[in-house]
Design a protein around this ligand. Structure first.
Ligand SMILES: [Zn+2]
Length: 278
């Protein structure tokens, strides 16, 4: 009897832990968030969706532009990896397997799946125009992945959908894999990692972190302002990261406020590579 009681207590404790989630810290901003889904669950679900998207997509036949996307992406990835490693946060991206693709589409869009799978649509390039601005977009997308915004949105959906019944649901399902089951259920209900509608706060945070990531990789963060002005005046089909939140004016104002911080990283790279004295 005692043994059963002890077993039930341990079981309840582990379920409570799973249901309450784990607290994780976002690099750069230091914001703490509680995630109900693990990296492994997110990766397995998003990799499946990524495979399906790539099967339906046609890769760009423009070799110069394709090479540019891969070059800028790799340079950003290296800078981000180095930064996280130097700050004891290498674990944040230990499951990442970077991929950089340019696909045929007139949409001015780009996304980064959890785990560092980045897709850029050809229709974005007339707006980026140069590698600095492309780095701003890729930095933003990489920031969503590094800050685990997908896991945050999925956790939010699980809480909204299952709320207080979460413990009951977990108890009724297989021991230990309950929250994972909920993640799969949410994913099956049309949760799209590629077209995820992030919160306004997530978008602002990705802008901020992305600006710093671009600067760390040696791309001029000041290009962000001109890029967003071009996007703002464009009449393209704008989705995902180009969604209406935050407004372009607010976005540009926030980027201007964050610019001195980004410029510190940019100047550090410039002087380290001897490019400051021209
Ligand atoms: Zn975004």
């Amino acid at each position: 009897m005692k043994k059963i009681k002890f077993f039930l207590m341990t079981l309840t404790a582990s379920i409570l832990m799973a249901a309450c989630g784990t607290t994780s810290t976002v690099p750069i901003t230091g914001r703490k968030h509680t995630l109900l889904v693990s990296d492994a669950e997110i990766m397995s679900l998003s990799n499946k969706q990524y495979g399906e998207i790539m099967k339906k997509s046609t890769l760009s036949t423009n070799t110069a532009n394709t090479a540019m996307v891969k070059r800028v992406g790799k340079r950003l990835a290296t800078a981000v990896e180095t930064f996280l490693r130097n700050n004891g946060a290498a674990n944040e991206i230990k499951n990442f397997a970077w991929e950089f693709n340019l696909v045929k589409s007139n949409e001015a869009n780009a996304f980064c799946m959890p785990g560092g799978k980045i897709v850029v649509y050809e229709g974005l390039l007339p707006y980026t125009r140069n590698e600095n601005a492309l780095a701003i977009v890729l930095g933003h997308e990489i920031a969503h992945a590094v800050a685990k915004h997908s896991a945050e949105q999925m956790s939010k959906q699980i809480r909204q959908q299952y709320g207080t019944s979460i413990l009951g649901s977990v108890l009724n399902s297989a021991v230990g894999s309950g929250v994972g089951d909920l993640a799969s259920m949410v994913a099956q209900q049309g949760f799209s990692f590629a077209n995820l509608k992030y919160s306004r706060d997530n978008e602002s945070e990705a802008d901020h972190i992305g600006l710093i990531f671009a600067a760390m990789a040696g791309y001029n963060p000041q290009e962000a302002i001109a890029f967003w002005q071009r996007m703002s005046s464009g009449k393209s089909n704008r989705s995902d990261f180009l969604s209406s939140h935050p407004s372009d004016t607010k976005r540009i104002a926030a980027l201007k406020r964050e610019m001195p911080e980004a410029m510190k990283y940019y100047r550090a790279v410039q002087s380290a590579t001897g490019r400051s004295r021209r």
